[in-house]
Design a protein around this ligand. Sequence first.
Ligand code: CP
Length: 321
Amino acid sequence: MKTMQFNEAGRLQHFLGIEGIKRPLLMKILQVAQSFVSSTEDGQQTVRKVPLLRGKTVMNLFFENSTRTRTTFEIAAKRLSADVINFNINASSTSKGESLTDTLHNLEAMYADMFVVRHTASGAAHFIARHVKPHVHIVNAGDGSHEHPTQALLDALTIQQVKGEFAPLRVAIVGDILHSRVARSLIFALNILGVSEIRAVGPKTLLPRHIETLGAHPYTNLKAGVTDVDVVVMLRLQRERMQSALLPSEHEYFQQYGLTEAVLEYAAPDVTVMHPGPINRGVEIASSVVDGSHSVILQQVSNGIAVRMAVMAMSMGVALS
Ligand code: CP
């Protein structure tokens, strides 16, 4: 998919996907994101408020449900001192037949500077980027099964905070990889960041054909797939995107692909467990692992704020890109 992420000067204009981004830019985003994080006196991490987007208007356009992404984009925009509008699609005139482009042009007329877009259709953020005025910036908050680029960045920031270096790491991504925009963006990001090995683990029906061409090694056996890995990223089953029965029951799935403490014994002793959410406890991951000492799942959520601040500020040209 053609990205159009950069303007004629080669600077970030929109943030639509990880595919095709160069390592220095990814590292820069992580550095800018980390610069927004500070520690309080009792060691808690927090995110500073800065005036970088004062006077700008950010509109969240979520055509698909979200808990973490929408909320952390809103907090991030407020921490950047922007005005934030959460556009309520369900209560909008879309239901009266107004087209997407007409809706966008009306929101532009209200002086929007940035649209943060989540949509069920792959390519929706790219489509919108092609139809907005030149001063309007688009950030992809997840498009169909294509990409979820800010999720990959917050995952990468979390890995960097916990592990330090990317190069020595073996990472297993486990579950419904076929339908996962999170997996696609993360595989792109981890390859660009130069990890040692990426494994895609799941039932054959939920692994994309030719996954090797994305830079991940396929495994259909969970224990083999997590053996000696440093990071395990668990994914939920995206039943809403499955066209047909690709799976046995959830109980059988958990027996074969659920991450339990016993399965985690096969990984490196200091393995880090991640999950983008939403979690289905007892389906892809045991509750004890979600809440266990290896889990950084809530740290991922917190990092969403700093990463989304960095992406918004850099796309608007107010932080280095
Ligand atoms: N990880 C993620 O995209 O979660 P939400 O769907 O809640 O935004």
